[in-house]
Write a protein that binds this ligand. Sequence first.
Ligand code: ATP
Ligand SMILES: Nc1ccn([C@@H]2O[C@H](COP(=O)(O)O)[C@@H](O)[C@H]2O)c(=O)n1
Length: 216
Amino acid sequence: MSPALVIAVDGPAASGKGTIAARLATTYGLPFLDTGLLYRAVGLEVLATGGDLADEAAADRAARALDADRLSQDARLTTGEAGEAASRVAGYPGVRAALLDLQQAFARQPGGAVLDGRDIGTVIAPDAMAKLFVTATPETRARRRWRQLRDRGDDISFEAMLADILKRDERDAGRGSAPMIQASDAVLLDTTDMDIEQAFDAARRIVEAARARHTL
Ligand SMILES: Nc1ncnc2c1ncn2[C@@H]1O[C@H](COP(=O)(O)OP(=O)(O)OP(=O)(O)O)[C@@H](O)[C@H]1O
Ligand SMILES: Nc1ccn([C@@H]2O[C@H](COP(=O)(O)O)[C@@H](O)[C@H]2O)c(=O)n1
């Protein structure tokens, strides 16, 4: 039996990791989990119940009560507010612990899986066959996210978007619990000067190289 093809895709906000991960999943016929949605759902739940994002116990409760099956149906999850709330609650060790089993079970599926996030290659699936750390300059990422939000009618300036990206990078990389960091065996993919097609082709080559190494 061939080994499970688990693909871990990490990287900072708006680097394009979700776009790449979703296309890899389609290409290889694997299930895909955008783990950022889990943290976004927890953050939104804290806000929806009138809680304060600084209230760690409220965030822990929301994470333990999360119904992961309802995630993809909620359009609010993709808003800037949800991203900001997610990065606040993601720093709490209890929140991360509550979401761990679900993510690891997803990664252990027969045949494999694709997961994207911040700690997939380091914590969730440290034995993944292929690991990518997708990045781009903060300005490039801010432009991509700004265009994405503008196209769906959100009114935000590029300067505010860049400030938001920089703040999120600092928070995600600086937290004590599972910080965003490139796994030592992950391949860095800088997409600053790549369009989506070029970035995906480069990602697929990285996965193919990893598969070839595993079949030697
Ligand atoms: N190489 C690229 N060139 C131009 N635009 C891109 C590229 N990759 C992704 N995008 C666009 O940038 C936006 C953000 O991409 P995506 O959602 O994949 O990023 P992400 O890293 O998954 O973000 P998140 O922080 O939400 O997880 C999307 O509108 C996407 O279409
Ligand atoms: N594995 C992960 C995934 C996400 N986070 C946190 O959630 C925020 C939102 O994530 P997006 O990928 O949807 O932008 C992100 O800024 C992280 O704080 C995480 O910690 N671990």
